[in-house]
Design a protein around this ligand. Structure first.
Ligand SMILES: Cc1cc2nc3c(=O)[nH]c(=O)nc-3n(C[C@H](O)[C@H](O)[C@H](O)COP(=O)(O)O)c2cc1C
Length: 197
């Protein structure tokens, strides 16, 4: 069900503030963490701000490779999301790899070959926009999406389609302490009628 997403529509994958899984690889090490804080900041090319704490292994690998992937986590992945966001790859996991440790299946990204998480609603491979002065000061990274995919059952033609029959693919929105909201009801905004002159 994976289908390419036009880069002109890639920002819509994170427009509504879903929790993402940030995946990365460098020097033969791969890793994965959860991030609730990401948002689009530029339309064309699609650029996104994502907060990656300086203490994380993820940040170290991103700085080494200059690349990362944003995987849009789904309702069915709540436990996976909480787990990879609660354990650091710096911890001495028996397998030294969160993917292996927790049986997380992955596939290679189409452009950069980054490890992408199976079962997500969408995926973006991104290049880090290097800002050395800001890297010391802030946890925020600015990245540019260079490839995008989505599960066409829930996102196609640049639009989310969140329906009862695809509820397991709905996005996760972190409320704190492992509790997530999912978009359970939708409302269509319409333009107010203008006052008569
Ligand atoms: C739901 C959730 C959301 C999170 N959001 C962020 C975030 O936006 N930015 C961040 O730096 N850490 C965030 N974290 C914490 C990291 O995922 C966590 O520190 C992780 O263990 C880092 O792993 P690493 O050291 O293997 O890179 C979040 C954790 C959870 C569970």
């Amino acid at each position: 069900m994976r289908a390419p997403v036009d880069l002109a529509h890639a920002s819509r994958l994170v427009n509504h503030g879903p929790t993402v899984l940030v995946s990365c690889a460098a020097g033969g090490v791969r890793n994965l963490m959860a991030a609730a804080w990401s948002m689009p900041v530029e339309f064309t090319p699609p650029r996104i701000a994502v907060v990656i704490d300086k203490r994380t292994l993820t940040r170290e690998l991103i700085l080494a490779s200059g690349t990362l992937a944003l995987n849009i986590a789904t309702r069915a992945q709540a436990d996976l999301t909480w787990t990879v966001g609660s354990v650091s790859g710096r911890d001495s996991l028996p397998t030294r790899d969160k993917f292996t440790q927790y049986g997380i299946a992955s596939f290679a990204g189409p452009l950069l070959g980054l490890p992408l998480v199976e079962g997500c609603a969408g995926w973006m491979e991104c290049r880090l926009l290097r800002e050395p002065h800001a890297e010391d000061a802030y946890d925020t990274f600015f990245v540019e999406a260079v490839s995008a995919l989505a599960d066409s059952r829930v996102f196609s033609q640049g639009r989310w389609s969140l329906r009862p029959d695809n509820a397991d693919l709905h996005t996760l929105h972190h409320l704190g302490a492992g509790l997530f909201g999912v978009p359970s009801s939708l409302v269509q905004g319409r333009t107010l009628p203008g006052a008569a002159d």
